[in-house]
Ligand binder design. Structure first.
Ligand code: SLL
Length: 147
């Protein structure tokens, strides 16, 4: 693979969860509806770099391994508990980088000191990451730069 010496390609992303309390519709195993997503830090598509995202849910979920192969890299679920998620990003072939595992916490409940506490607003937990590819593959760089 031909690589661009001394160059760097940076992709700012956000991994997030957004949880809504179901109120009167809550049951023992489903108290919240939640979404989990990976997108560009400003909400943009990242399919020029990422080809697949695999979300590893808690083993109490039916089919806990969820693969998403296109934009938006997002899932929706219902549940009752918070847990730590593993999120594995797979890159397009020409990126020539191994899959990257990141961790994120699903939050259902607002912090005790939060202004959001006890309200009906969704509980959002977002984590920003900068993916830095040093010496990126030349073919990849040429493609994303529009050559
Ligand atoms: C806890 N460590 O004990 C956590 C585990 C697991 C949450 C939380 C499953 C939903 C379903 C679900 O929400 N699991 O059964 O459909 O608090």
């Amino acid at each position: 693979v031909v690589r661009e010496k001394g160059a760097e390609f940076v992709l700012p992303i956000v991994i997030g969860t957004c949880a809504f309390y179901l109120g009167k519709k809550a049951t023992d195993t489903q108290t919240h509806r939640w979404n989990l997503y990976v997108r560009g830090a400003n909400g943009e598509e990242i399919t020029h770099v990422v080809k697949k995202v695999v979300f590893f849910l808690h083993p109490t979920f039916h089919n806990p391994v969820r693969e998403v192969l296109q934009h938006p890299f997002e899932i929706e679920e219902h549940g009752w508990g918070e847990f730590e998620l593993s999120v594995v990003l797979h890159f397009n072939d020409d990126v020539q980088e191994a899959p990257l595992e990141l961790f994120h916490k699903l939050k259902l409940y607002a912090d005790a000191d939060s202004a959001n506490q006890g309200s009906k607003k969704p509980v959002v937990n977002e984590q920003y990451e900068e993916l830095v590819f040093s010496e990126p593959a030349t073919a990849f760089l040429d493609r994303v730069n529009g050559f």
